[in-house]
Design a protein around this ligand. Structure first.
Ligand SMILES: Cc1cc2nc3c(=O)[nH]c(=O)nc-3n(C[C@H](O)[C@H](O)[C@H](O)COP(=O)(O)OP(=O)(O)OC[C@H]3O[C@@H](n4cnc5c(N)ncnc54)[C@H](O)[C@@H]3O)c2cc1C
Length: 398
């Protein structure tokens, strides 16, 4: 079953391509230098209905499911955008789903339903205060799980939230947080028992809360248009109403929504590979060495053929797994395999595509140079390649 074969999805692809051509390509280099994308881009994407894809209309989304989200992500990159752009503009894809699920609505890609026994007035309130404005492009959200002491061991989180009347008092720090500088609120994983106990909850923490500091802007190898922050919490008082779902359901919520994040990263990987194949083919047709186009040489043609094969195989597998996730199948192992397969294909293709560009491939002027740098995070974020292998090994009964 192909996920692109409907007239609606072809329209969505065209809409995304037009958005990138008109609103992104003329400015992307400037945003890479500035270290962030402008707020106005969120509003523009929201007006077109792109920000809300995969979120139900009942919470301010545009409808559609995980497969539509994947299609938008794929097209954002294939039409000349980048995985850094996806990270910056679609951070809400990881910041909001827990709130939406807790309210009883369902986003594409969650492997479970509502958390806790029932949605509360507080959960509905979070939809109004954070989800709707974010999907309308007037607020920006971030998700903070990773801490300086470690990101792979989610249960080992040490940021604490101690209950004090109608508030939690939060202490700790987070790092590598995408959109952390621009975010108006941060969906934050906290430990609601002793540090490292694994008893996690998710709190929505407003920027500007006393004791909440956004630290230095982290400089990175790639994803330059995506701002990345360190966050510090010192005795930050957060209303109990800002807790998502029931207390101590945070770990389950994080795990359930990892599926969509990992499939998004897998999509970014195969789409980056596809884009780099296109760039390399174009270059090899035009570039002449020793009196002939590069593409006329069998060695080069076979190299391009192999790159294309790897990108297409990854795409097919990611789509097949996404269809199963969208159908509600518990395919945690397959999601991990999809991420690793797509990342491996991408790593190979970006390296080969840059090599085929020769010296030009190493220059900032070359689009392939940006993809080469941007691609390196895809096997680290959302669970590393090694952590995916742990999941796969468990799935094998090892
Ligand atoms: C640009 C960028 C954006 C990010 N955005 C966000 C964000 O928005 N929100 C957020 O919460 N986090 C974010 N992260 C953090 C990211 O999810 C973590 O970096 C990642 O999960 C790995 O955690 P770590 O860096 O602490 O590495 P560690 O957990 O310290 O791991 C270090 C190395 O050891 C390996 N390893 C760890 N445990 C094992 C094991 N049991 N067996 C074998 N190998 C193991 C890992 O695979 C890795 O290679 C971002 C990171 C970057 C760089």
């Amino acid at each position: 079953m192909s996920i692109v074969d409907t007239p609606e999805r072809r329209q969505l692809r065209e809409l995304t391509r037009a958005f990138v051509t008109r609103e992104v390509l003329p400015h992307l280099d400037e945003w890479e230098r500035a270290g962030e994308v402008p707020r106005g881009l969120h509003a523009t994407a929201a007006k077109l209905g792109l920000l809300g894809i995969g979120f139900p209309e009942s919470v301010g989304g545009s409808g559609g499911d995980l497969l539509d989200s994947i299609l938008v992500t794929e097209e954002l990159i294939r039409s000349g955008g980048s995985s850094g752009l996806v990270a910056a503009l679609f951070t809400h894809g990881i910041a909001l789903p827990h709130m939406v699920a807790a309210s009883g609505a369902r986003t594409g890609g969650s492997l479970g339903g509502r958390l806790g026994a029932a949605s509360t007035a507080g959960d509905d309130d979070l939809i109004e205060r954070y989800v709707r404005p974010t999907l309308a492009g007037t607020m920006i959200g971030a998700l903070a799980i990773t801490e300086p002491d470690g990101g792979s061991d989610v249960a080992g989180i040490r940021t604490t939230a101690r209950r004090d009347g109608d508030h939690y008092v939060v202490n700790g720090s987070k790092t590598y947080i995408t959109s952390g500088h621009r975010a108006d609120f941060v969906t934050t994983a906290v430990c609601t028992d002793f540090p490292g106990s694994g008893q996690l909850s998710l709190l929505v923490i407003d920027k500007g809360s006393t004791g909440f500091t956004v630290g230095r802007r982290l400089e990175k190898l790639g994803w330059h248009c995506s701002d990345t922050a360190e966050l510090s919490f010192v005795d930050v008082r957060v209303p109990v109403g800002n807790r998502i779902g029931a207390e101590n359901t945070g770990f389950l919520a994080i795990m359930q929504h990892f599926a969509a994040e990992r499939l998004s990263l897998a999509t970014q990987a195969y789409a980056t590979a596809q884009r780099c194949v296109e760039l390399a083919v174009r270059w090899c047709r035009d570039r002449e060495t020793f009196g002939r186009p590069l593409a006329s040489r069998q060695l080069v043609r076979h190299r391009l053929a192999e790159m294309h094969t790897r990108a297409e195989a990854a795409r097919s597998y990611v789509h097949a797994v996404a269809v199963r996730v969208a159908a509600g199948e518990p395919v945690v192992t397959e999601v991990a395999m999809a991420k690793n397969v797509a990342v491996a294909a991408c790593d190979h293709v970006v390296d080969q595509a840059l090599q085929l560009h020769g010296g030009f491939g190493y220059l900032r002027d070359a689009e392939v140079e940006r993809h080469y740098r941007d691609a390196r995070i895809l096997g680290i974020g959302g669970g590393t390649t090694e952590i995916m292998n742990e999941i796969i090994a468990k799935g094998m009964g090892l």
